[in-house]
Design a protein around this ligand. Structure first.
Ligand SMILES: Nc1nc2c([nH]c(=O)n2[C@@H]2O[C@H](COP(=O)(O)OP(=O)(O)OP(=O)(O)O)[C@@H](O)[C@H]2O)c(=O)[nH]1
Ligand SMILES: [Mg+2]
Length: 145
């Protein structure tokens, strides 16, 4: 029996795919109804299952969510974030090589967006607002790659 009154939420590993096309645009997806933080935009991806590598989880998630098959993926960075609904460790990987045309297989809207840095150093993403809070601070770094 536990005597603690605090709720310990287990940290979840999430594989996140940063898809960049030949025009230098990045793919965003809108979280569908029924998921936590529905309506927020994100990079596609999802939870890593037991025994999976991050790359394998990403390949599976992008097939499930977008109907594409990725070639390689390159580690970019990791970010930890605590939401009311979850404590996540996000593993971002960059992908430039895939087969198939991404389409929303879970009724999510998709949008390819160029990342332009504005005068104050932030990135304008007018077509994909709001973006998940843990992902927003990474956009200026991505725009400079
Ligand atoms: N895919 C993705 N998830 C992100 C990003 N930023 C961020 O904080 N997250 C968080 O990471 C978690 C991703 O889990 P998910 O609910 O999408 O997982 P999933 O695709 O396996 O969904 P499912 O469990 O409904 O099948 C969420 O808590 C989400 O808020 C991001 O840019 N992309
Ligand atoms: Mg997902």
């Amino acid at each position: 029996m536990t005597t603690s009154t605090t709720t310990q939420v287990k940290r979840i590993d999430v594989a996140v795919g940063v898809l960049r096309n030949a025009q230098g645009e990045y793919l965003f997806a809108q979280r569908p109804e029924g998921k936590p933080m529905a309506g927020y935009w994100e990079f596609p991806g999802g939870k890593v299952e037991a025994g999976e590598s991050i790359h394998d989880a990403l390949a599976r998630e992008l097939h499930e969510e977008l109907g594409i098959d990725i070639g390689g993926s390159t580690h970019w960075l990791e970010v930890e974030h605590v939401y009311p609904h979850a404590h996540v460790l996000l593993h971002f990987r960059i992908i430039t090589d895939w087969q198939g045309e991404p389409h929303g297989r879970e009724n999510q809207d998709l949008h390819w967006q160029r990342l332009l840095i504005s005068a104050d150093g932030s990135v304008d993403t007018p077509s994909t607002e709001p973006i998940l809070p843990a992902t927003v601070p990474l956009l200026p770094r991505l725009a400079q790659l």
